[in-house]
Design a protein around this ligand. Structure first.
Ligand SMILES: [Zn+2]
Length: 306
């Protein structure tokens, strides 16, 4: 992160200062839009970019070991919510970060931040799509491989990051698990505004859905520098929120006015495979056992009758 120490007097330098200090060298429209990112960031024109359109007819079904979510059931001691001009981002300022391991991952990954992507209206906004369908909001929970010690170091390794990605659907009722977050969202509408929250709702409650079924593929950051170091885990179930809750994201400000949209278009899959883990929940395994017993019972009855 660049620091601003100098008070610049000349207007053009002030503009330069604002842009460089805030990392405002990419946007979602015009000459700063996604199709121009590759001019400054070579990796943005790579062959393993994100997001993608996940076509369910092309996925490979695979049973991965269960994903272990450690610390996801604990409230977060203290978090900071910031409007960085590209999105609203939540990071931990006190307490141990939650971790994930297992599933398609070959290491342990520690939480570093979460943020959102949305669109001008409820018909679009998610970055990843499923069968050409967009969703109105997408949450990215970003974790780094602890063997590389820091998020920044992890950007140099292809197994450096995992993004747990959640899609949202419109519900008639408000999702009360987002009350704390929405208060912060209202408080950080101005660019670079931030707010601290003590005892923030646990990540399990924040997502609040069964995570057994997910797609997974190798991809990249969806913003510059577009590093191809991300194992994506895209959950099939959606998180319900109301139209008003989604609309509140569009009230944030960027350098160009309201931040009405911040999603990158889908990228080519190229030579990659997408895997689908149907379910790793205990409930599902139990359900399979119940079905097996029912079939054995019915066969027994049928053969006895015959
Ligand atoms: Zn993101």
């Amino acid at each position: 992160m660049l620091q601003c120490h100098n008070v610049l007097v000349l207007p053009f330098l002030v503009v330069f200062s604002i842009f460089s200090c805030n990392g405002q060298d990419f946007g979602y429209d015009g000459s700063e839009g996604p199709i121009h990112w590759g001019e400054k960031y070579q990796q943005c024109v790579g062959k393993h970019q994100s997001p993608i359109d996940i076509e369910s007819q092309n996925v490979i079904e695979k049973s991965f070991p269960p994903i272990v979510y450690d610390g996801f059931d604990q409230n977060l001691e203290q978090v900071n919510v910031t409007n960085n001009g590209h999105t609203v981002m939540l990071s931990i300022t006190k307490g141990e970060p939650p971790t994930v391991s297992g599933g398609p991952l070959s290491g342990t990954y520690a939480f570093t931040q979460l943020h959102f992507h949305w669109g001008q209206n409820d018909s679009l906004g998610s970055e990843n799509q499923i069968n050409h369908q967009s969703f109105p909001l997408e949450l990215h929970v970003v974790l780094y491989n602890i063997q590389y010690e820091t998020f920044k170091n992890a950007l140099d390794y292809e197994d450096g990051l995992v993004v747990l990605s959640f899609l949202y659907s419109v519900s008639h009722t408000s999702n009360s698990k987002y009350n704390q977050f929405e208060e912060a969202l209202d408080a950080v509408r101005d660019i670079l505004a931030s707010k601290e929250i003590d005892n923030f709702v646990s990540l399990d409650d924040f997502v609040g859905i069964d995570r057994g079924a997910y797609f997974t593929y190798a991809g990249s950051l969806t913003t510059p520098p577009c590093s191809e170091v991300v194992t994506w885990i895209e959950y099939q179930n959606t998180i319900p929120v109301s139209r008003e809750q989604i609309h509140n994201f569009r009230l944030l400000y960027s350098h160009e006015g309201h931040l009405t949209h911040n999603f990158r278009p889908v990228q080519e899959l190229h030579d990659r495979s997408i895997y689908f883990n149907r379910s790793d929940s205990v409930y599902s395994q139990n359900l399979n056992t119940v079905w097996a017993l029912v079939i054995v019972f019915l066969c027994d009855k049928i053969f006895n009758i015959i």
